[in-house]
Design a protein around this ligand. Structure first.
Ligand code: ADP
Ligand code: MG
Length: 339
């Protein structure tokens, strides 16, 4: 469109699959452990993945499959164009989907303090700021704003407020969507460091909830929104891009032993909002007339950035353990529905 390469996507939705390593790989140290663990659970074929579940093989195909050895860098390389298109004024959404423990947060945040292990969020922020610097010479000046929120049981919470008990902003989604929320913190950010600081603040704000509320962080969606307002001082062109990076709530189903009370309510809310997300994404892919954005807070919040000219990518995270094969199968089925 403007200064970046136009993305060649088949449709505007891409789905990647990523299988994390066995967590005790370091201890086992070497291929022997992998040999025992991997062929039992998965087999990698580049774009395809075969999953063994109850002695049956299930095959799936995605835009890309990353195996347990894929580095954070190699995953980022595949999405960096998509991220960069936000500087052209595109609306971009990147989701991490999967059961708790499958590597969603590792994929999105990684371990930001270790350069090799930085995830998609810090890498995306770095790229956006670095590229925006190089665009200065072409007359482009960007103003950027960061918002961070959490959606838990269909309530929406600001993660950047200092108020210890921030209230539900669920009723204000319209003003958040329109760009001028009165109660949600919107921070003007001028550097990578400022965004990193906010991400740390948001993570702390989430973990406060965690001790109070039954590992809330795995039961809630984390949404990071970076808004980019670009003006070209030479040509007067203007662009407004948005980058939405979302670490979704764990997709695990209710265990058959029967959860009750709060846990049951949580799971129902999560299932509802993940289902609604898959319905929205698949009806966008099918170019349906009616897209059911209003069925969940998450899809309603993201409506302006889903569909139309916008670009969506989902990373489906999979655990390699045989004991997770049932959940893995569900995740892969979910992902192939939206693909
Ligand atoms: P989730 O957010 O889906 O619950 P996490 O991202 O917290 O899962 O991952 C669970 C554990 O596995 C963490 O200790 C994380 O560091 C580790 N992990 C996940 N993916 C990878 C990976 N690709 N390489 C190395 N460690 C990983
Ligand atoms: Mg997580």
């Amino acid at each position: 469109k403007l200064h970046n390469t136009i993305l060649e996507l088949k449709g505007n939705i891409r789905v990647f699959c990523r299988v994390r390593p066995m967590l005790n790989d370091q201890e086992h140290n070497g291929s022997e452990a992998n040999h025992v663990s991997y062929p039992a659970a998965t087999e990698f074929l580049g774009r395809g993945i075969d999953l063994m579940h109850k002695e049956k093989k299930h095959s799936f195909t995605f835009d890309k499959v990353f195996d347990h050895e894929a580095s954070q860098e190699s995953v980022f390389v595949e999405i960096s164009q998509l991220v960069q298109s936000a500087l052209d004024g595109y609306k971009v959404c990147i989701f991490a989907y999967g059961q708790t423990g499958s590597g969603k947060t590792y994929t999105m945040m990684g371990r930001p303090e270790e350069p090799e292990m930085k995830g998609l969020i810090p890498r995306s922020v770095e790229q956006i700021f670095e590229v925006s610097q190089t665009l200065l010479s072409q007359g482009w000046k960007y103003k950027m704003q960061a918002l961070m929120l959490e959606i838990y049981n269909e309530t929406v919470r600001d993660l950047l407020t200092s108020k210890s008990n921030s209230r539900d902003l669920g009723k204000q989604l319209d003003s958040i969507r329109n760009g001028n929320p009165s109660d949600l913190t919107v921070v003007d950010v001028r550097s990578i460091g400022e965004v990193s600081y906010l991400l740390t603040q948001a993570a702390q704000s989430r973990s406060v909830g965690k001790t109070q509320m039954n590992e809330q962080s795995s039961r809630s969606h984390f949404v990071f929104i970076l808004r980019l307002y670009g003006v070209n001082e030479g040509t007067d062109q203007q662009v407004q891009g948005v980058l939405n990076l979302i670490d979704l709530a764990g997709s695990e189903r209710l265990d058959k032993s029967g959860a009750t009370g709060e846990r049951l309510k949580e799971t129902q809310h999560i299932n509802k909002s993940l289902l609604s997300l898959s319905e929205v994404i698949s009806s966008i892919a099918k170019k349906d007339d009616h897209i059911p954005f209003r069925n969940s807070k998450l899809t309603y919040l993201l409506e302006p950035c889903l569909g139309g000219e916008s670009k969506t990518m989902m990373v489906v995270n999979i655990s390699p353990e045989e004991s997770s094969s049932g959940e893995s199968k569900c995740s892969l089925q979910f992902a192939s529905k939206v693909n």
